[in-house]
Design a protein around this ligand. Structure first.
Ligand code: F6R
Ligand code: ZN
Length: 191
């Protein structure tokens, strides 16, 4: 019997970013983010030079099925590709479903895009970010330590990554000049 057919308590290890009992564990390396960074040559050079881990998703034992409410911790490592900060791939939900992100530790934020306008929500210091239906979403580590957040979403949400590859997120998050701050820079749709 799957755990999620019964009530259960999960432990969130905020130091390691692991949920237990643990379901699927995903690791995304830089090579998994092909086509998403503005500087493709810098992306290629970093992939060839060790293909670093960019983020990990530790999911609870809740199936992605209608009626269920999966949750997971994402840990994004600190780093950048030619100044563009480490980030998740980003996706649209295929169903009209929202999501809630809860900042756990580290510095980071949530970039949202409705196909026209973008928004930025800082998730540092335990902020809760609300993602309405029909907003693509991507998270970004804006600090120098791992950035972790808890995501809670409807099991029927579905994930469309191709649309972000094709249409972008409306903005890119770039380290600023002195390397300590960052800028959310608007870009043309599809770039
Ligand atoms: C689920 C959700 C998050 C992300 C995770 C990794 O709907 O939004 O759990 O799946 O932060 O990001 P992606 O899925 O964009 O690789
Ligand atoms: Zn989502």
């Amino acid at each position: 019997m799957s755990t999620a057919t019964q009530p259960f308590a999960a432990a969130l290890d905020t130091a390691t970013g692991r949920v237990s009992p643990q379901g699927p564990l995903q690791e995304r390396r830089l090579s998994d983010l092909e086509g998403l960074y503005a500087d493709a040559a810098a992306w290629r050079a970093a992939v060839d030079d060790g293909d670093p881990l960019v983020y990990t998703v530790s999911a609870a034992t809740v199936p992605e099925q209608a009626g269920q409410v999966p949750f997971s911790i994402t840990t994004i490592e600190p780093g950048d590709v030619a100044g563009e900060l480490y980030m998740t791939k980003g996706h649209w939900h295929t169903a009209d479903e929202g999501e809630v992100y809860v900042g756990l530790n580290g510095k980071g934020g949530l970039l949202l895009f409705d196909g026209d306008a973008h928004r930025w929500i800082d998730l540092s210091d335990g902020a809760v970010g609300y993602i309405p239906p029909r907003w693509a979403h991507r998270t970004v580590n804006t600090g120098s330590e791992p950035f972790r957040f808890l995501a809670i979403y409807p099991g029927a949400a579905g994930h469309d990554y191709e649309r972000v590859l094709r249409g972008g997120m409306g903005a890119r998050v770039i380290r600023d000049g002195d390397g300590r701050g960052y800028e959310v820079r608007a870009v043309e749709a599809g770039t």
